[in-house]
Design a binder for this molecule. Structure first.
Ligand code: MN
Length: 433
């Protein structure tokens, strides 16, 4: 079984007895993402989203519906051990849940184990041991590089190394948790010395999150041909960034306080198994670009390693909310704007023997399309704040303002399959303390 192999759970003809599921934009029965949810007044437990409902896995165990070998991971208060299972076990769980939710014979037994998602709190699903953010959106790297270094936007290592930095796991929050505008050091171009205060250039970054499944032992690299077996699933990631702090602090060691004050993720883990139909070839590199070094090059990865996902960013301002207006889409673009595949990111990360663990989170870096309608941050859309964008109600934005909500979404699509979504990644900005 490869991570791009489909089975009966992907059958577009399969439907669910759970009402409204077959037309749900994100969570039809072909998706079945994993999450950690708490019904009102109750403790958190693992669930699987199905349409507008959540199936309680712990309750499935108690009802005797699941195989004994996955009872413990399904009863846990985080998804870490489920993610750490060999993909065959996760695939077996997926087949079982798909059968339970599609076969009407199970309806009476399983219906009481469902919760309405809107009545539940969705948590960060895993205890995230480590978080690493990459920079593989090449158009983003070009756009941002031009602002910092007009003559030399991409540094010479970019086409050899999936560039990344170690981030901060403690401040990763689930969708819906508001963020506080951070304070920090910055220096405006007209001054010789920095000052400390609320960021004036708060930005979002539209990224894909990659959940690590089975880990590797310290000192034992993950070969590129096995890297897909270590990826458990995907989410959306908004890597909130303070551009003024970033410009002042990023040399020589890279991002620090400009990035670690809050990151927002969509709470559902869309599994690698669910994404199998949406695996496509990595686009060929432009003429003249170097080939990846051998430890990052694998034929199967090049043929199946990219994702047929479209990512979108939306904005809802305080005034739009007051006026009863809907959020507006700031941009949309394909995940194929990644210069490296997610497998190459994983293989690179472990290539020196660094150990990854189940529930670790990797960010791809901002995914921007080549043209403005696909730019994945305001820094790009407003050209560093020099060309503010005008919203339909007449407001303008260079950067994110207090009361603004940024909403990320993504959908996977492939001919002959039912499209699935990653769910919503949303957060509102609160004023600085
Ligand atoms: Mn980032």
């Amino acid at each position: 079984m490869s991570w791009w192999t489909t089975d009966e759970t992907h059958d577009p003809a399969r439907t669910s007895w759970v009402e409204g599921t077959d037309t749900h934009p994100d969570f039809p029965i072909q998706n079945l993402p994993l999450g950690l949810f708490a019904p009102a007044g109750q403790e958190a437990r693992i669930g699987i989203a199905i349409g507008a409902m959540i199936l309680d896995l712990r309750a499935c165990v108690a009802a005797g519906l699941l195989e004994a070998d996955i009872h413990r991971p399904c009863q846990s208060d985080s998804v870490n051990s489920l993610l750490g299972l060999a993909s065959g076990h996760r695939r077996a769980l997926r087949r079982r849940i798909s059968a339970l939710l599609s076969d009407p014979a199970y309806r009476d037994l399983v219906s009481p184990l469902l919760h309405r998602a809107s009545d539940c709190t969705l948590h960060v699903p895993a205890r995230i041991g480590d978080y690493t953010d990459f920079y593989v959106g090449i158009h983003h790297a070009n756009n941002v590089g031009k602002q910092f270094r007009p003559d030399n936007p991409l540094l010479p290592n970019y086409k050899y190394v999936p560039i990344g930095y170690h981030g901060r796991a403690s401040s990763i929050c689930a969708s819906g948790v508001p963020l506080r505008r951070p304070s920090g050091q910055s220096r405006t171009p007209d001054r010789d010395t920095p000052s400390f205060g609320p960021t004036a250039r708060l930005d979002y970054e539209l990224e894909l999150g990659v959940w690590i499944g089975a880990g590797n032992a310290l000192g034992a690299p993950i070969p590129i041909r096995e890297a897909g077996d270590h990826i458990a699933g995907f989410c959306l990631l908004n890597d909130w960034s303070a551009r003024d702090f970033q410009a002042w602090e990023y040399q020589p060691l890279g991002p620090f306080l400009a990035k670690n004050f809050h990151s927002t993720i969509s709470p559902w883990i869309v599994t690698a198994e669910a994404m199998a139909p949406f695996r496509i070839a990595q686009p060929a590199r432009p003429e003249g670009d170097p080939a990846p070094l051998p430890h990052l090059l694998d034929t199967a990865d090049q043929n199946h390693g990219a994702l047929a996902l479209t990512l979108e960013a939306h904005l809802l301002t305080a005034r739009m909310r007051e006026e009863g207006l809907a959020a507006i889409r700031l941009s949309h673009g394909p995940a194929t704007s990644m210069y490296w595949t997610v497998q190459q990111i994983v293989a690179h990360h472990a290539s020196n023997g660094c150990n990854l663990n189940p529930g670790d989170l990797l960010g791809t870096g901002t995914i921007s399309a080549p043209t403005r309608d696909g730019f994945g941050s305001l820094m790009e859309l407003s050209v560093g704040g020099r060309e503010p964008i005008t919203l339909p109600n007449g407001e303008t934005r260079s950067f994110v303002e207090d009361g603004d909500e940024i909403i990320l979404r993504a959908r996977a699509h492939a001919d002959g399959f039912v499209a699935i979504g990653l769910g919503e990644c949303r957060a509102m900005v609160m004023p600085a303390h």
